[in-house]
Design a protein around this ligand. Structure first.
Ligand code: ASP
Ligand code: MG
Length: 308
């Protein structure tokens, strides 16, 4: 009986690991929340289903559900809702559950789950530099809180308060030096988190803002954890003007129809903004130094598996 074996698996879970993971998760969420609340952010409720979601730059299964004759997507990220929220508020965040039905190739990366939560935030009238500094402060603060309350034998032995600002490497320079697989090579070599910035247009979604100075280069960034833990954050400045959004949708070969709601909003006026998302379970994985993300999550949606 498959159903019974799901329950067997659950009862057999390594309690030590999920307990530490869940305690770290609790501390991290509290710390990130307090950091943002003190800086004037409002927490908004996550959106779970909506007619519009993140297009993502890589293929995932994109199921929809129908409700009273209307099509809804499961949220892959709240990017467009973050931009819309700034019509009314100045700085917002959400602990946002995302569904990304990733392909099997991602099964053994140790850091992908089909369901996860990211702290997704967005700030009106601010630049990439502003949110990068915010991220660095938030991460150091959370590390300090975790180190202060969890026994060090349960944590990543390399954890420390990292010197700021974190190093910045341009995407094309990283590729030139380390090749296409630069992220995992550089992450394994690094002792401190570092930024990959200026990611080319074809590597990312249409909503990250194209530079005014360099055609085809985006005002965006990823944060990479050291010690081989890979990607922590994605974010950037955003396209918010109708003409630019439409031209980016075309360049990406996507359909205007699918983003008509965003286009409609941009006609009425979306504010300029910058923001990012940080995956909570990945942060916990890094903090606990766990190779496999699923070991520190209570109900992990492992890629390609039938699970609770
Ligand atoms: N949340 C990210 C952002 O703000 C996008 C992502 O989910 O990868 O850009
Ligand atoms: Mg990313």
């Amino acid at each position: 009986m498959i159903e019974a074996s799901l329950i067997d698996d659950f009862f057999r879970r390594d309690r030590e690991k999920i307990l530490v993971g869940t305690r770290v998760n609790t501390i991290v969420r509290g710390s990130l929340k307090r950091y943002l609340d003190r800086r004037g952010f409002l927490e908004i409720n996550p959106v779970i289903i909506s007619p519009i979601s993140d297009p993502l730059n890589h293929p995932v299964d994109d199921p929809t559900l129908s409700y009273y004759g209307h099509r809804y997507r499961l949220t892959k990220s709240m990017i467009f809702h973050k931009q819309l929220a700034l019509v009314h508020f100045d700085r917002i965040y959400s602990f946002s559950p995302n569904i990304r039905l990733e392909p099997l190739e991602r099964k053994s990366t140790g850091r992908h789950l089909a369901e996860f939560t990211q702290l997704d935030l967005e700030v009106k009238d601010r630049s990439r530099d502003f949110v990068m500094a915010l991220a660095e402060g938030m991460i150091n603060d959370a590390i300090e809180k975790v180190k202060g309350s969890i026994e060090s034998s349960s944590l990543n032995p390399h954890l420390k308060r990292y010197a700021r600002p974190f190093r910045r490497v341009k995407f094309l320079e990283a590729v030139k030096e380390y090749g296409k697989n630069f992220e995992s090579v550089m992450s394994s070599e690094a002792k401190d988190p570092f930024w990959i910035i200026d990611i080319p247009l074809e590597e990312r979604e249409f909503y990250d803002r194209e530079s005014e100075d360099e055609e085809g280069i985006l005002m965006d960034m990823d944060l990479i954890y050291p010690n081989g833990f890979g990607e922590a954050i994605s974010g950037g400045e955003r396209e918010y003007q109708y003409d630019r959004i439409i031209s980016r949708i075309h360049k990406k070969g996507q359909s205007e129809q699918d983003y008509s709601l965003l286009l409609e909003a941009s006609k009425r006026g979306l504010p300029p903004s910058a923001g990012f998302g940080i995956g909570i379970e990945r942060f916990v994985r890094f903090l606990t130094g766990s190779e496999d993300i699923s070991r520190v999550v209570l109900f992990p949606k492992k890629i390609g598996e039938y699970v609770l």
